[in-house]
Ligand binder design. Structure first.
Ligand SMILES: Cc1cc2nc3c(=O)[nH]c(=O)nc-3n(C[C@H](O)[C@H](O)[C@H](O)COP(=O)(O)OP(=O)(O)OC[C@H]3O[C@@H](n4cnc5c(N)ncnc54)[C@H](O)[C@@H]3O)c2cc1C
Length: 496
C-alpha cells in the first residue's frame, strides 16, 4: 500500500504539493478549514458584481505548465490564460502615463514617447542586467531546495557579484534610469513579495525580468479559476479534499509528524504531513511538540499586508486598463509608513484591477468591478484597523476619485460606488491564518532573508514539511507553487 500524506490547507501551495504527490502515487488527503480551495486566492460576488479577493497578476506560466505536465496533463485544458497587453497602465499626478508591456521594442517606444529618448538605452541595459540575475538566481534560489550560505560560497565568484546583493533594489534601478517616474515604476516590483525597494537587495530586480520579459496572464473567468483548476486536477488524481475541516493539531509521536487532529476531534493518521498554513501561525497554533508550543521564526520580518476595497462602480472608464497604478508622489514615505512607522500610508499608491475589462460579465452593463489594493503594514500595536478601517476606506475612496478623475471624467463622484466590500489586515489574518496579516509570509527586506526563510523540510520534527508563501522560496502564486513542488520532493526523498 502506498504511503499516506496529509496536507493541511488547500491554498495554492498545499494543492500544488498534493498534485505532485498524487501524481507520484501517494494517497493524499487535504484538510481545509474554509469551504473552498485557493486560500488567499478567493472570490466574492454581490449584486451582479464579481471580484477576486487576492492575487490579480499571474506570472511565470512555465511553473504551472511544469506542475501539470508532471501529472501528465496540459494546463491549457484546465485554464484559459490570457496574456495581458498592456500588463499595467501607470499614472502619475503630473499627468505622465505609460503602458508597461512584455515586448522590449514596444516598451522602448512607450518609454521614448512618455519620457523622451534618454532612458531607452537604460531600459535595454536594465533588462539585460535583470536577465543575468534571473539566470544566476533562479537555479539556486527558486527551483531547488532552500539555499545555504555554503551553496552561495560554492558559486563561481563572477556569479556571486551578478547576484547584486550589496545594493538595494532602488540603488540598482537608479543606476539604470534617470527619469524618476521610471525609477518608481521599477521600484514597485519590491511589493510583489511584500518588501520595500529601499531595503530589499537588488537581487529582487529579477521580479521585473519575470514580468517584463516573460509576461503576465489572467485566467479568463477570474483568478479564482486557477484555484478551481488546481482543485480539479487534484481530484482527478485521487486526492481527497475535505473542506470545512479545520486542523487543530499536527500530531507528533517520537519526534515525527504522524497525522492531524481536526477540531471535530477526528484524528487522521499519515506517514507525513505537509503544512500549507503560514509557518509562524502553524508553529504557534498547530504544532504542539510534547507539551510546549514552539515559537515561529521571530528573526524574520513579516511581509507587508494589504487593505482591499472591492467596489462595484457605475460607469465604464475607457482610459483605465485591466491593471492600473496611480502612484503616490512620495514613494519613500509610503514605505516608511508601512515598515518603519507601521501605519496605513496617508498618501498611498493606488492599485486598481478591473477584471470586467476582460470579462464583461463581472459587472452589470454600464458598470465596472474595481479591486483596489493599498499596501499596508503588517499588524502591530501601532495601528488599530478595528478603529481606523472605516475612516481609511473613506479616505481611499476620496483619493480614487481625485486620481481617476484626473484621467477620465467621473459623471457623479458621490454615487460612483454602488456596492462595497472590504478586507483589512485583520481579515487576512483571521480568514487564512496569515501571521500578522502578512500577504507574502516574510519580507525580503534584508540580504539574508532567502537564507533565513523556513525550508520545506522541518529541521527538528521528522516527516513534517512546509509548502506556503512563508516557506522557501517565498510568496506569490508562482513561488508558492514551487514551494508545494519542493515540499513534495522532500516527502518523496524521505519516504522512498
Ligand atoms: C490582496 C492580495 C493580493 C495579492 N496579489 C498577488 C498577485 O497579484 N500575484 C501573486 O502572485 N500573488 C499575490 N498575492 C499573494 C498570493 O495570494 C499568496 O502568496 C498565495 O496565494 C499564498 O498561497 P499559500 O498556499 O501559501 O497560502 P494561503 O493562500 O494562505 O492558503 C493557506 C490555506 O490554509 C488554510 N488553513 C489555515 N489554517 C488552517 C487549519 N487550521 N486547518 C486547515 N486549513 C487551514 C487556509 O484557509 C488557506 O486555505 C496576493 C495576496 C493577497 C491577499
Amino acid at each position: 500500500m502506498s504511503a499516506r500524506v496529509i496536507v493541511v490547507g488547500a491554498g495554492i501551495g498545499g494543492l500544488s504539493a498534493a498534485i505532485r504527490l498524487a501524481s507520484r502515487g501517494y494517497r493524499v488527503t487535504v484538510v481545509e478549514k474554509l469551504d473552498r480551495p485557493g486560500g488567499k486566492m478567493g472570490e466574492v460576488r454581490a449584486d451582479g458584481f464579481r471580484w477576486d479577493t487576492g492575487p490579480s497578476v499571474i506570472t511565470m506560466r512555465h511553473v504551472y505548465e511544469g506542475l501539470f505536465a508532471e501529472a501528465g496533463r496540459d494546463l491549457d485544458d484546465y485554464l484559459d490564460l490570457v496574456p495581458l497587453q498592456p500588463i499595467t497602465r501607470y499614472f502619475w499626478r503630473d499627468g505622465a502615463t505609460i503602458d508597461a508591456v512584455a515586448d522590449e521594442a514596444t516598451m522602448c517606444e512607450n518609454i521614448r514617447r512618455a519620457f523622451g529618448p534618454r532612458d531607452v538605452d537604460g531600459y535595454r541595459r536594465f533588462m539585460r542586467y535583470a536577465k543575468r540575475l534571473y539566470d544566476v538566481v533562479s537555479g539556486p534560489f527558486l527551483y531547488r531546495q532552500k539555499p545555504t550560505l555554503r551553496d552561495l560560497a560554492s558559486l563561481p565568484l563572477a556569479d556571486v557579484f551578478k547576484i547584486d546583493a550589496l545594493r538595494t533594489m532602488h540603488q540598482a534601478i537608479s543606476a539604470h534610469f534617470k527619469d524618476p517616474h521610471l525609477v518608481q515604476l521599477f521600484d514597485r516590483f519590491a511589493t510583489y513579495n511584500g518588501s520595500s525597494p529601499y531595503r530589499a537587495p537588488a537581487t529582487l530586480n529579477v521580479i521585473a525580468y519575470v514580468e517584463m520579459a516573460q509576461g503576465a496572464w489572467y485566467p479568463r473567468g477570474g483568478i479564482f479559476q486557477l484555484a478551481r483548476a488546481w482543485e480539479r486536477l487534484a481530484t482527478e488524481l485521487g486526492v481527497e479534499i475535505r473542506y470545512n475541516s479545520p486542523a487543530q493539531e499536527i500530531c507528533i509521536a517520537s519526534g515525527r509528524a504522524c497525522g492531524v487532529r481536526l477540531t471535530s476531534g477526528e484524528v487522521i493518521h499519515a506517514d507525513a504531513v505537509v503544512c500549507n498554513v503560514d509557518y509562524t501561525w502553524a508553529r504557534e497554533t498547530l504544532i504542539v511538540d510534547g507539551t510546549r508550543p514552539r515559537a515561529g521564526n521571530g528573526k524574520l520580518e513579516p511581509s507587508c499586508s494589504g487593505f482591499v476595497l472591492l467596489l462595484g462602480v457605475r460607469g465604464v472608464h475607457d482610459p483605465l486598463a485591466h491593471h492600473n497604478i496611480f502612484f503616490t508622489q512620495d514613494y519613500q514615505r509610503e514605505f516608511d509608513d508601512i515598515f518603519v512607522r507601521r501605519i496605513a500610508p496617508r498618501d498611498p499608491t493606488l492599485y486598481v484591477c478591473i477584471t470586467s475589462k476582460t470579462d464583461p460579465d463581472h459587472a452589470p452593463p454600464g458598470c465596472e468591478n474595481w479591486f483596489v489594493l493599498i499596501n499596508a503594514p503588517y499588524l502591530s500595536e501601532a495601528y488599530d484597523w478595528q478603529i481606523e478601517a472605516e475612516r481609511y476606506a473613506q479616505h481611499i475612496k476620496g483619493l480614487l476619485v481625485a486620481n481617476i478623475g484626473r484621467v477620465c471624467p467621473l459623471e457623479n463622484a458621490t454615487s460612483l460606488v454602488q456596492v462595497e466590500r472590504r478586507l483589512t489586515p485583520w481579515d487576512l489574518q483571521a480568514t487564512y491564518g496569515g501571521h500578522r496579516g502578512a500577504i507574502y509570509g516574510f519580507s525580503s527586506n534584508t540580504r539574508m532573508a532567502a537564507f533565513m526563510r523556513p525550508g520545506n523540510r522541518d529541521g527538528e520534527i521528522g516527516r513534517l514539511y512546509f509548502a506556503s508563501g512563508s516557506a522557501h522560496p517565498g510568496g506569490g502564486v508562482p513561488l508558492v507553487t514551487l514551494s508545494g513542488i519542493a515540499a513534495a520532493k522532500c516527502v518523496e526523498e524521505d519516504l522512498r
